[in-house]
Design a protein around this ligand. Structure first.
Ligand code: NAD
Length: 275
């Protein structure tokens, strides 16, 4: 099973499908990430605030998989925004991960009340130059936050990782991303299980037609939209299910039917208010 690789605006590749570890218990992380690596995932999405970078690092070390076959993302948390604190934060994350660089380092939230995301971004530019991150990007940035970075700094973010699922598609942000070659990473691709996405009749019907599960249909919709996704699960069975997406294709009308489910239904925090 080959996961497609997308090319970011800095020329580096990223596997379009990965494994996310938000809310994965730090005590369980090594085992669960080891399961994901055994299933075949090579892209892991973590964050300093998840508290499980050490477990991710242990799983990577134990796997014996060559470093250049892995893609690891972590994120700068709001409390660490600013220049010197960002430099300290990447050092801490790399120590916890047991790595000398991550493939992608993100500003986790714009945290506009702190008004530090421009300074933080300039720090990430230096972190990239030092080789501690191969690519740099942002997360939860809305169009005004992105515009400000483009106006005031030198490097266009390689990705913007945003809440995105059929109920909340963020068309304005994704269109801006297309215009400026900022790849869209969809967090909460399954809506975090916070609304009955996988029971919606249209999704269940399409799943039945393909002999796949509703989760596989929703993840396939993301892939065909061009999103990068890293669904999370603690269960090895679902980890394998969420990786088994490459033996079917949604027809244009099925893809369109899922797109019509938009409800402006954010299930996570509002980027203007998370600080
Ligand atoms: P998700 O949409 O991946 O949902 C995860 C939940 O869906 C699981 O807990 C499980 O209950 C359910 N699920 C998973 N696979 C399933 C299956 N096959 N069938 C039925 N139910 C299934 O939500 P998420 O974990 O929040 O998002 C994915 C990743 O995105 C995270 O792990 C994290 O890496 C990242 N993320 C980033 C941010 C951010 O602010 N940048 C925020 C949230 C998540």
């Amino acid at each position: 099973m080959t996961v497609p690789e997308l090319t970011l605006n800095d020329g580096h590749g990223i596997p379009q499908l990965g494994f996310g570890v938000f809310k994965v218990d730090p005590e369980q992380t090594e085992r669960i990430v080891s399961d994901a690596l055994e299933v075949g995932y090579r892209h892991i999405d973590t964050a300093a605030i998840y508290g499980n970078e050490e477990g991710v690092g242990r799983a990577i070390a134990a796997s014996g998989i060559p470093r250049d076959e892995l893609f690891v993302t972590t994120k700068l948390y709001n409390d660490d925004q600013g220049t010197d604190s960002a430099f300290a934060a990447i050092d801490t994350s790399l120590t916890k991960l047991g790595l000398d660089h991550v493939d992608l380092y993100l500003i986790h939230w714009p945290a506009p009340a702190r008004d530090l995301y421009v300074d933080s971004w300039k720090a990430l530019e230096q972190i990239r130059e030092r080789g501690q991150a191969t690519s740099i990007g942002v997360s939860n940035f809305l169009v005004p936050h992105l515009k400000r970075l483009l106006d005031e700094t030198d490097v266009v973010p390689a990705v913007n990782q945003i809440e995105l699922h059929p109920y909340h598609q963020q068309v304005d942000v994704t269109r801006f991303g297309k215009d400026y070659d900022i790849a869209t990473e969809a967090w909460g691709p399954l809506g975090q299980g916070k609304y009955p996405l996988l029971e919606l009749p249209k999704i269940v019907e399409i799943a039945g037609l393909h002999g796949k599960t509703p989760a596989q249909v929703v993840l396939r919709w993301h892939l065909q939209k061009g999103h990068i996704v890293f669904p999370k699960s603690n269960s090895r069975e679902r980890i394998a299910e969420n990786f088994d997406l490459f033996d079917f294709e949604l027809a244009a009308e099925q893809q369109a039917a899922i797109t019509t489910l938009e409800r402006a239904g954010r299930v996570g925090g509002d980027p203007n208010e998370v600080n």
